[in-house]
Design a protein around this ligand. Structure first.
Ligand code: F6P
Length: 319
């Protein structure tokens, strides 16, 4: 493998820059030419492709966002856009491509793999919704951002003896809510994987109040069917407690990556290039049991995400 490319695609996540840096520097270490493709598949279609050198990725390991920028490309989903993307890879003689993104982005990569390119998928999304890996790049930083918000909100909730619903990201996956809720001592966690049990929520709030708790924090993932307003009205009606809403939104996607995300990105980026060097075919790189692992790209994307029941139960016991 002589020429490779790297792009970031879909929603950005903290640690994508560290991953780009690792890919570029590892490729140079293995004497490969490496191109940065801007704005994901959208930039690929339009030929926004630049050769990278060791200094192209200086001073980015600590930065959130992605220096290559990103997009959710609708054009790439069309036959014409896809063909153009294939032609661009051919024009630049790019044989291998590292795609840093979520499930949709890696699925786009699989389409390119079927055209004969070697694709390495790196899980770049705060949602942690890729089944083949225990953790995705950016998830840890997002959870820590939510934790810091929970701390602030708890202070003011206690002072006013309120209950507060904090809505976090995670389109179809409750992992941000689960991990931040458990680590932040939330009274209740609501995730898209399960129906809302309003009786259980209100019971928990009242039981806490009876024990002398001054606040209650409910973490709700955005993908939960019931919206925050409906939920707050129900809690207020059934417990008599004033209930506020905080939607954290995009602050969860930015910020300097945690040490954990930087290490993950660096190790995964290096593994992707090692796999090119070993002619291993198209792979998805992940982490399991604290080891960097890789799987056949198509098989990895077909795996169903398994819900972590034990963490949910633990949160219920401890809160
Ligand atoms: O996939 C990451 C994510 O942040 C989701 O949690 C969220 O639902 C979505 O992206 C928001 O996407 P957009 O940036 O297109 O608004």
């Amino acid at each position: 493998m002589k020429n490779i490319g790297v792009l970031t695609s879909g929603g950005d996540s903290p640690g994508m820059n560290a991953a780009i840096r690792a890919v570029v520097r590892s490729a140079l270490y293995y004497d490969m030419k490496v191109y940065g493709i801007k704005k994901g598949f959208e930039g690929l279609i339009h030929g926004e492709i630049v050769e990278m050198n060791i200094s192209s990725v200086s001073d980015i390991i600590q930065r959130g966002g992605t220096m290559l920028r990103t997009a959710r490309s609708e054009a790439f989903m069309t036959p014409t856009g896809f063909e153009r993307a294939v032609d661009m890879l051919k024009n630049f003689e790019i044989e291998g491509l590292v795609i840093i993104g979520g499930d949709g982005s890696l699925a786009g990569g699989l389409k390119l793999a079927k055209e004969g390119f070697t694709i390495m998928g790196l899980p770049g999304t705060i949602d942690n919704d890729l089944a083949y890996t225990e953790f995705t790049i950016g998830f840890d930083t997002a959870v820590n951002t939510v934790l810091s918000a929970i701390g602030n909100i708890r202070d003011t909730s206690s002072s006013h003896e309120r209950s507060t619903i904090i809505e976090v990201m995670g389109r179809n996956c409750g992992d941000i809510a689960l991990y931040a809720g458990l680590a932040g001592g939330a009274e209740y966690i609501l995730v898209p994987e399960f129906d809302v049990d309003i009786n259980a929520i209100c019971r928990k709030i009242i039981q806490g109040k009876n024990r002398g708790k001054l606040h209650s924090i409910i973490i709700k993932a955005e993908g939960v069917k019931m919206n925050c307003e409906e939920l707050a009205a129900l809690i207020n009606q059934r417990t008599g407690l004033e209930t506020k809403i905080v939607v954290l939104g995009y602050i969860q996607r930015g910020g300097s990556p945690t040490a954990r995300d930087r290490l993950l990105s660096s190790q995964m980026g290096f593994r992707a290039v090692e796999l090119f060097n070993a002619n291993a075919g198209s792979r998805a790189v992940g982490i399991r049991g604290n080891h960097i692992v890789d799987f056949d790209l198509e098989e990895a994307l077909a795996l169903p995400k398994i819900w972590n029941h034990s963490l949910m139960e633990l949160s219920d016991i401890l809160s």
